[in-house]
Design a protein around this ligand. Structure first.
Ligand SMILES: Cc1ncc(COP(=O)(O)O)c(C=O)c1O
Length: 372
């Protein structure tokens, strides 16, 4: 057997996968982080046309086709009041690659990245893959990240911190005041703020704000994707936006690791971002209704759950053995410990099933809660 790079030993296959493997074939799946809606037909049609017209046969420019980067730029102006040049955007293989580029291009071996705990599983793994050290930052009781916790954790060797709002696995939404603070901290300490905004449209109370709006020194990067907003997880099309210097460095990695994002998916994303947005708004409304049903059900059965103001997850505290019992009864949820040490004693419930299945799952969770 050949030798393996030691840094990969600190990365393992996510705990989420282990839960799926343990579930029966008819289980109700509240474990998946993807919308249960089809990709809207005008997006699929745009992809089909690009194949039929021969527009997807070849490599595209490394950073993506200009029309897509223009559409992303217009999206940022429309939704976030941000003026981002198409030259300051790289189309990537999903938000996942965008996160990888951001961390890989900015973190030296041995440098630290402050990550939310509980937080999205990739932050820890990608930091390790870059040779960096993830530093978990415990969240507030309402499951948002306190800028003061970031500021007090900054020391020599901290290269970056990650903000994720709305958050996975918590559904927490950071306030405008928090986002302003994150931008100030990035400016004052001259460290990178990676703002993962992949759930930006899934906000039920308040509104999504980006720290980039308040940044003065180009120390904020935005990671985003079509995966969630347009139900396109399989298409693998995301992007990273930031200053020219940062884009230039990230493009060097993207060029050699990826060459370019899939051409057909770039054409689909162009249609998604520049076409009608009503499918997105309907989907978000449906998620809000489900969120209310789920949260009412969890409170009614006696569980403590901070109100998730966004994304499509709830993150209640649960008694010992609850996750295993719920799984035995045919409902897949993810143990909170999969998202960091501070997640233990909680569970992530994704309401990515229709209301009939959701009601059924709530009944099962109620019975388990009363029995453990
Ligand atoms: C917070 C967060 N960031 C990034 C991603 C990655 O998105 P993509 O599927 O576009 O790679 C996910 C996917 O679940 C996520 O939850």
């Amino acid at each position: 057997m050949t030798n393996f790079a030691t840094r990969i030993d600190s990365v393992s296959i996510s705990g989420i996968r282990k839960v799926f493997d343990a579930a029966g074939p008819n289980a109700i799946n509240l474990g998946l982080g993807q919308p249960d809606f089809p990709t809207p037909s005008h997006i699929r049609d745009a992809a089909i046309h690009s194949i039929q017209n021969g527009n997807s046969d070849r490599y595209t420019p490394n950073s993506g086709i200009l029309s897509l980067r223009r559409a992303i730029s217009q999206k940022h102006s429309r939704d976030n009041s941000l003026d981002i040049s198409p030259d300051n955007i790289i189309a990537t293989a999903g938000g996942s690659e965008a996160l990888h580029l951001a961390i890989e291009a900015h973190v030296n071996p041995g440098e630290k990245v402050l990550i939310p705990d509980p937080g999205f599983v990739s932050y820890r793994a990608l930091t390790h893959i870059s040779g960096g050290i993830p530093v978990p930052i415990k969240l507030r009781d309402d499951l948002t990240m306190d800028p003061a916790s970031i500021e007090s954790s900054i020391s020599e060797g901290v290269a970056a911190f990650i903000v994720n709002s709305p958050g996975n696995p918590t559904g927490g939404v950071q306030s405008k005041a928090d986002m302003k603070e994150f931008a100030r901290i990035a400016d004052d300490y001259d460290i990178l703020c990676i703002s993962d905004e992949v759930y930006e449209h899934f906000v039920f109370e308040g509104s999504h704000r980006s720290p980039m709006e308040f940044s003065k020194c180009n120390n904020v990067l935005i990671v985003n994707t079509c995966s969630k907003s347009y139900s396109m997880t399989g298409w693998r099309l995301g992007w990273v936006a930031g200053s020219h210097e940062r884009i230039d460095k990230m493009l060097r990695i993207h060029q050699y690791a990826q060459a370019c994002a899939s051409a057909v998916s770039q054409h689909a994303a162009l249609a998604a971002l520049s076409g009608p947005q009503d499918g997105l708004f309907e989907m978000v409304n449906t998620f809000k209704q489900r969120r209310d049903v789920l949260v009412d059900g969890l409170i009614d059965m006696g569980l403590d759950v901070p109100l998730p103001k966004g994304a499509f997850y709830a993150f209640p505290s649960v008694p010992p053995g609850w996750v295993e019992n719920v799984l035995d009864q045919g409902v897949i949820v993810v143990p909170g410990s999969s998202f960091g040490a501070s997640g233990s004693g909680s569970a992530r419930i994704a309401y990515t099933v229709d209301s009939t299945q959701l009601e059924k799952a709530i009944d099962i969770m109620r019975k388990v809660t009363h029995s453990v």
